[in-house]
Design a protein around this ligand. Structure first.
Ligand code: ADP
Length: 219
């Protein structure tokens, strides 16, 4: 299979999300064509991104003139519903192979999917959910890896301190797996059946979201 991970990317809409995305792709060595219809926004990024254009991404001819049809991958990062859907549907019409788009609501997400966008992200909604886990629980970090599967960073519950993980019954009792451990002042290392946790440790735990939640509520 051809590795497309470093192919050039078109980023449409350079608000907070789109500009952070375009700058990070550039920093990682990916070529970016970044488009926004506000000249000021484009000027502000000049010198930081290789290819920049002030243009209306809801216009088919404009996209063709900019060479967008030659790209394998594109991201629509416009919050305005009408402009986002129009520009995403043009990318579908141009048969871009890998189209990503940012949605600002569930309704927006559904429309983008129906139009033919391959991956829709809801950054504000997802971040809100993630922060809810951090604010209300004992988790230090929370990442939903898939619809119902999560990876969390947390402290070990009392009952698992000082017991080798292999003898802890953790997987049978809670359905979760301790993946890695960080001792105070050290780096993360993989957990093994012999690993014994201490109070100051930080652990990475993976499992189904409901099981992870139950585990993270233990004292
Ligand atoms: P954020 O919340 O990430 O800041 P916004 O929705 O506020 O996102 O920003 C979207 C960006 O998309 C703005 O910079 C805006 O100028 C740009 N934009 C809006 N409509 C178009 C369009 N038709 N063509 C190109 N860029 C557009």
């Amino acid at each position: 299979m051809v590795d497309r991970s470093n192919d050039p990317v078109v980023v449409i809409g350079l608000g907070r999300f789109g500009s952070a995305l375009a700058l990070e792709l550039t920093r990682r060595g990916t070529e970016v064509l970044a488009i926004d219809n506000r000249p000021k926004i484009v000027q502000g990024l000049s010198g930081h991104i290789t290819h920049l254009a002030t243009a209306d991404a809801t216009d088919l001819e404009t996209l063709q003139q900019l060479g967008v049809p030659d790209f394998y991958r594109a991201v629509v990062a416009i919050g305005d519903l009408e402009a986002s859907i129009l520009s995403a549907s043009l990318l579908v019409e141009l048969e871009i192979d890998d189209i990503w788009a940012k949605a600002v609501s569930q309704q927006h997400r559904r429309i983008l999917s129906r139009v033919g966008v391959h991956h829709v992200v809801l950054p504000e909604h997802d971040m809100g959910e993630r922060v809810a886990h951090l604010v209300s629980g004992r988790m230090l970090d929370y990442m939903e890896v898939d619809e119902n599967f999560a990876l969390i960073k947390t402290r070990p519950p009392k009952e698992y301190v000082g017991v080798p993980l292999g003898a802890s019954n953790l997987r049978r009792k809670y359905g979760v797996t301790i993946v890695a451990v960080k001792r105070e002042g050290e780096e993360f290392t993989y957990a093994t059946a012999e690993t014994e946790l201490s109070y100051g440790d930080i652990i990475l735990v993976s499992g189904r979201s409901d099981q992870i939640e139950r585990f993270s509520e233990l004292d």
